[in-house]
Design a protein around this ligand. Structure first.
Ligand SMILES: Cc1cc2nc3c(=O)[nH]c(=O)nc-3n(C[C@H](O)[C@H](O)[C@H](O)COP(=O)(O)OP(=O)(O)OC[C@H]3O[C@@H](n4cnc5c(N)ncnc54)[C@H](O)[C@@H]3O)c2cc1C
Length: 424
């Protein structure tokens, strides 16, 4: 369509899980929608493809915590550690990193963020189940699986005690699992793990990429159009959006949603909001095969390694950890091999000699909260990005909130904690 002009009520920029959920909600309201993305929905370019599939309504703590800075040097020098940093990128990343540490420097700040994330994520597994039922994707959502955190011993758990206390204070049930019970419930897990916490309210997706693609396909079946293009900016008149400019031409529209994940920063700036969005890269290593593979019965996170192991319909996936690097820096596949080694140590019965590797970018804000809300400088533009480690679980409610905003309904949640104005 290069050079030509299309028309739509709403342009959704980005076909990751945030854009796909939003598109479904918008077409349901009878709006005409164009989804713009240079890649396929839920394709390997998107974080929504390769994540760990947790529908973790209890993931309400930002990755940083009070005093975490003391552990950073140890992590950086540990080749198996949960954090890596490309030194060349440090000058650019430093302001974000300092903000990231500062935003979780006290218990009060941590509790505030946890409260805001809880408001967004509470009930999310059920919301995903409803969405999956509406879109013919129920086979991809298990809203009742529960999720597990495992530790080598109770002392390891107690080192995370503040986070668990905050969760309990916010009404999240967390069941303790002693060694014998853990061995019974996770027979393939290394006996090095002797304590666990089970969170019954959480769920999991069985194939995040397929879920995202399925949502986008549903939106298309109900009238959404998809353009393989990159959005490059906006055209405005009198402070109001007129069109979205893309590499394939312009799309005249009444509203646009920026759901471009880790690449949303430049578009947000064009809409009047300068936001500290950074890419927190993550890798996965995946042993492909059927359910006969050794691995977790319930998806779990190892507290000492900061990695998650999930059984998907396509195999067993291990991922997590964080790499801070320039968005366009080549992948460091040694990070994926580190995940392979963690997986082999946690599940000794699993053949990890072969597997698929992937790298993607979490769209992360330094305070651990996403950016959802109207743009300051361009009426008609709505932000929906920055979900960091919780974009899959948070996508169902985000799609609802954004559709409510775009269609002039009162959002079901007070959006001020997620407003881009918090960075002004
Ligand atoms: C290793 C790892 C594990 C994770 N595990 C979990 C988990 O278990 N549970 C959970 O809830 N979250 C998890 N996450 C986080 C989650 O994957 C992300 O928060 C979420 O996928 C972000 O979705 P998104 O739609 O905002 O971005 P993305 O999925 O990255 O999609 C953004 C899309 O925008 C497109 N785009 C970019 N720029 C433009 C442009 N200019 N024009 C048009 N299109 C554009 C891109 O091509 C892409 O398709 C994990 C992330 C990683 C990396």
């Amino acid at each position: 369509m290069k050079g030509t002009v299309m028309k739509a009520d709403v342009v959704v920029i980005g076909a990751g899980v945030i854009g796909a959920q939003t598109a479904v909600q918008l077409v349901d309201r009878g709006l005409s929608v164009v989804v713009v993305d240079p890649g396929p929905p839920g394709g390997e370019q998107a974080a929504s493809y390769g994540n760990l599939a947790w529908l973790s309504s209890h993931s309400i703590l930002p990755p940083a915590s009070p005093g975490v800075w003391r552990q950073v040097p140890k992590w950086l020098f540990d080749p198996m550690g949960p954090l890596s940093l490309r030194l060349g990128h440090l000058p650019r990343a430093l302001p974000w990193l300092l903000r990231y540490l500062a935003s979780a420097s006290t218990e009060e700040k941590l509790r505030r963020t946890a409260g805001h994330l809880r408001a967004l994520l509470k009930g999310s597994p059920a919301l995903h189940a409803e969405m999956a039922a509406r879109t013919g994707l129920s086979h991809l959502i298990d809203a009742n699986s529960g999720l597990m955190h495992v530790y080598r011993d109770r002392a390891g758990y107690q080192a995370d005690a503040l986070g668990w206390t905050i969760r309990r204070d916010l009404g999240i049930t967390c069941e303790e699992i002693e060694a014998d019970d853990l061995a019974r419930r996770q027979p393939d897990l290394s006996p090095d793990y002797r304590f666990g916490i089970f969170v019954p309210e959480a769920g999991q997706c069985r194939n995040p990429g397929a879920y995202c693609a399925g949502l986008a396909a549903h939106a298309e079946r109900f009238g959404a159009q998809r353009i393989a293009a990159r959005a490059t900016g906006f055209r405005a008149a009198g402070g109001r959006l007129q069109s979205v400019v893309t590499t394939q031409g312009e799309i005249t529209c009444g509203a646009a949603v920026i759901a471009a994940g880790a690449q949303a920063k430049a578009l947000a700036a064009q809409a009047g909001d300068s936001v500290p969005l950074e890419s927190e890269r993550g890798y996965h290593f995946m042993v492909e095969g059927d359910a006969g593979l050794a691995g977790p019965t319930t998806s779990l996170m190892a507290g000492d390694r900061k990695v998650v192991v999930t059984r998907l319909e396509t195999g067993v996936r291990c991922g997590g950890q964080v790499e801070i690097a320039a968005a366009d820096a080549p992948a460091d596949w040694r990070r994926a091999d580190i995940l392979r080694r963690h997986l082999a140590e946690m599940f000794p019965g699993l053949d990890t000699s072969q597997g698929r590797v992937w790298m993607g970018s979490r769209p992360s804000m330094p305070d651990g909260l996403p950016v959802i809300g109207a743009a300051a400088g361009l009426a008609g533009v709505v932000h929906a990005f920055g979900h960091g480690h919780t974009g899959l679980v948070g996508s169902a409610r985000t799609g609802q909130l954004v559709a409510q905003l775009v269609s002039g309904e009162t959002p079901e949640l007070d959006l001020s904690p997620y407003s881009p104005a918090r960075f002004r």
